[in-house]
Design a protein around this ligand. Sequence first.
Ligand code: HEC
Ligand code: HEC
Ligand code: HEC
Ligand code: HEC
Length: 184
Amino acid sequence: MIKSIILFAFSFTIILQFGFSSDTKTADNKHGYIGTNACGMCHKNEKQGQQLGIWAKSTHAKAYKTLLTDEANKIATEKGFTTKAVETEACLKCHASGYNVDASLLDAKFTIEDGVQCETCHGPGSEYKSMKIMKDKKLAIENGLLVYDNKEDLCKKCHNEESPTFKGFNFEEMWAKIKHDKPE
Ligand code: HEC
Ligand code: HEC
Ligand code: HEC
Ligand code: HEC
């Protein structure tokens, strides 16, 4: 009996931690959002892997703007929401970052319009963005950088049936479209 209570409590913690989003995970601490261009400063040249350019061409960069469309508002209404899609947390949670944190955690250069951005996946970067910390992976992680052993698990936090327009998700195909590795 006690064992099952512990097990229950434990699985609940896991749900709390991994039940989206990376935003809520860090909402209670000092990690702030610096915005895509600030990451891009160091992650745009060929030697680093052109992450900024690859992201800018991806639909992730447009995910917030998609919520401004008539199509999005129609979906929100059909789902029973009385607010516009772009004002609906149940839509923003997969289409944007920073909407649910204290404004003091948003750098002046951060813009929600960048949709699913670097920090949506890698965690808010105010504490790990310096060259000294970035060059030391362990230190960067201690300061809030999120890296992934299992990429597919990350994708499926948003690419799943909770998405009103979900048509399935093929990881290999989809990763190939947004892959932004550093060249060897
Ligand atoms: C001042 C320059 C600079 C800024 C700003 C910067 N980075 Fe980095 N980043 C680096 C360097 C240098 C590395 C190490 C690259 C290497 O391994 O050679 C790195 C590594 C990384 C890695 C790979 C970690 C690993 O080893 O797996 C990720 C992910 C990353 N940065 C994301 C970001 C994000 C997201 C932002 C914005 C919040 C950001 N960086 C801002 C310079 C920077
Ligand atoms: C949709 C989620 C997502 C977005 C958006 C995203 N990344 Fe990543 N990124 C990943 C995943 C997954 C990996 C591979 C696993 C890992 O290294 O953690 C990765 C890897 C990296 C690496 C390591 C590359 C290597 O080969 O060592 C860097 C650097 C990086 N991302 C920077 C960025 C920057 C800068 C942006 C924004 C311009 C960005 N990422 C946007 C998910 C994302
Ligand atoms: C925070 C939520 C979120 C995460 C995490 C996420 N995505 Fe997405 N992704 C979206 C949204 C939202 C769209 C739709 C954007 C739009 O059309 O406005 C999208 C669209 C895409 C597209 C474009 C699809 C097309 O056919 O044009 C690809 C490719 C993609 N995602 C790959 C990935 C991969 C690979 C991962 C994991 C490494 C990932 N995504 C993680 C939210 C996410
Ligand atoms: C669980 C994450 C998630 C939630 C919640 C979510 N979306 Fe999305 N949305 C996605 C992803 C991922 C895509 C990319 C295509 C796909 O797989 O559905 C997308 C694509 C879209 C598209 C583009 C459709 C297309 O075919 O290109 C619209 C419009 C949209 N979403 C509207 C909304 C609205 C409105 C809400 C809130 C009622 C919402 N989404 C909630 C993840 C989500």
